[in-house]
Ligand binder design. Structure first.
Ligand code: GLY
Ligand code: MN
Ligand code: MN
Length: 435
């Protein structure tokens, strides 16, 4: 659980970076209609949540550094008995102040009357244009109102700045964020183990998905962090396969890429296993190459190591592995130079992980891959995808798609794998499935 004091510290740190000439404006995520009067489950905008912990829709956060009447302003819904009978309680203005520590809270219906006041006298608006076109319009309309007033000698903002400084803050996780992410991973651990234990030839991919969802939900993760990928056979070679509607056959590999979202933080874990509990020799050979690459990449993680070194290690080991299997021919060095591995491994080593599954934060600084720092959390997820669509690939390799994905934190001296104890070696997986 992230404490209110941590949200307060984040706001303070961010406002320090923004400075008194700027104002920060972040709208809550819009509600998304599904059909008729039914809506998709609501998920707060991650930036908004990071700075407030506030999960209601129809809200706007304003941070106005050094403003006398208060720096943290929340526009949010009023309490309303008629709506609350149907949809449950709302914080209202009193709750925004008492429960979320807003300095001031105004009804969202007053946004257009009051927003100009927060823009006057500021030079820059820290707001990411283009993500929410409806709110872009609201903001630009209010900016125009302010421009109309500058004849009176008032300063009006003359530029927008993306919320990228906030994203650099989000990239470095605190101890309490890592604890929440560990919980997301622990729930995901149970889910993967349950699905593996349940699996046998003849069940449908969606039945494994149901086993995952069961563990997620009963452990307090009300949603997956992204659509669960449960692919068997040829579907293991489709990177973001989410149809999950095929019957699993004897001899198939099954690839599950699924992570719980807990208190809005994501886990993102992949395991690949044989449907009948025993790897074939071909499946095992490919699996062990991916595992070797993953373990070597993880081993290299420490502060100061380059973001790209995991990818370089993976490419090297997997290219060597493809040569050893006879799938690629030639010198490993030349094959890497020519990117001969691309038909089999077409993605990168991983991505930042946090409130978003593909979390925010730059990967390069001034065109150079950035060095790792303590508190960064990311995935390491090499994969080999031996699709029958690859010209010339011998039949015995067809439909072997293997990805192994873990979630890793950079620590003071090295790294910690949050998902370390989820069965991963051939021996561990076969033992689990034999029971
Ligand atoms: N689950 C999506 C990914 O691994 O990036
Ligand atoms: Mn994944
Ligand atoms: Mn991932």
């Amino acid at each position: 659980m992230i404490k209110l004091s941590e949200y307060a510290k984040r706001r303070k740190d961010f406002m320090q970076q923004v400075g008194p000439s700027g104002v920060v404006i972040i709208a809550s995520a819009p509600e998304r209609p599904r059909n008729g009067d039914a809506f998709y489950p609501y998920r707060q905008n991650s930036d908004f949540y990071y700075l407030t912990g506030f999960e209601e829709p129809e809200a706007v956060l304003v941070l106005a550094p050094k403003r006398k009447e208060g720096e943290f302003i929340l526009f949010n819904r009023v309490r309303d008995r008629d709506h609350e009978i149907w949809d449950g309680p709302r914080a209202g203005q009193e709750g925004a102040v008492h429960d979320f520590q807003a300095d001031q809270s105004f009804p969202i219906s007053q946004l257009n009357d009051l927003l100009p006041e927060f823009l006057i006298g500021r030079e820059t608006i820290h707001y990411t244009l283009g993500l929410n076109r409806d709110f872009d319009k609201t903001l630009l309309n209010n900016l125009n109102k302010v421009r109309g007033k500058i004849r009176g000698g008032l300063q009006s903002p003359n530029g927008f700045i993306d919320i990228s400084n906030l994203h650099e803050m989000r990239l470095l996780k605190s101890a309490s964020e890592i604890a929440v992410m560990q919980k997301a991973v622990d729930i995901t651990h149970k889910a993967h183990v349950r699905a593996m234990a349940f699996c046998k030839p003849g069940v449908y991919e969606y039945q494994l998905e149901a086993e995952l969802m069961y563990e997620f939900q009963r452990n307090g993760a009300r949603s997956p962090a992204y659509n669960s990928i449960v692919g068997s056979g040829r579907n293991t070679c489709i990177l973001h396969y989410i149809s999950n509607n095929q019957k699993i056959a004897d001899g198939d590999l099954v690839l599950i890429d699924a992570g719980a979202e807990y208190q809005n933080y994501a886990a993102d874990i992949t395991r690949t296993f044989p449907a009948n509990g025993k790897f074939t020799s071909e499946q095992r050979a490919v699996y062990d190459i991916v595992l070797e690459a993953q373990l070597a990449a993880i081993k290299s993680i420490k502060p100061g190591a380059s973001w790209v070194s995991a990818q370089d290690i993976i490419v090297k080991i997997m290219t060597q592995g493809l040569v050893d299997l006879g799938i690629l021919k030639g010198s490993v060095e030349t094959l890497i130079e020519k990117e001969a591995y691309l038909p089999y491994y077409m993605h990168r080593s991983g991505h930042w992980l946090g409130l978003d599954v593909h979390d925010v934060g730059r990967y390069r600084v001034h065109t150079k891959w950035r060095p790792l720092e303590q508190g960064m959390v990311f995935t390491v997820e090499p994969g080999l995808y031996l699709s029958s669509d690859i010209p010339g690939l011998a039949k015995r390799w067809h439909h072997i798609g293997v990805r192994i994905e873990d979630n890793v934190v950079v620590t003071e001296k090295g790294h910690q794998v949050l998902s370390n104890s989820i069965p991963k070696t051939v021996t561990e997986i076969e033992a689990l499935m034999a029971n």
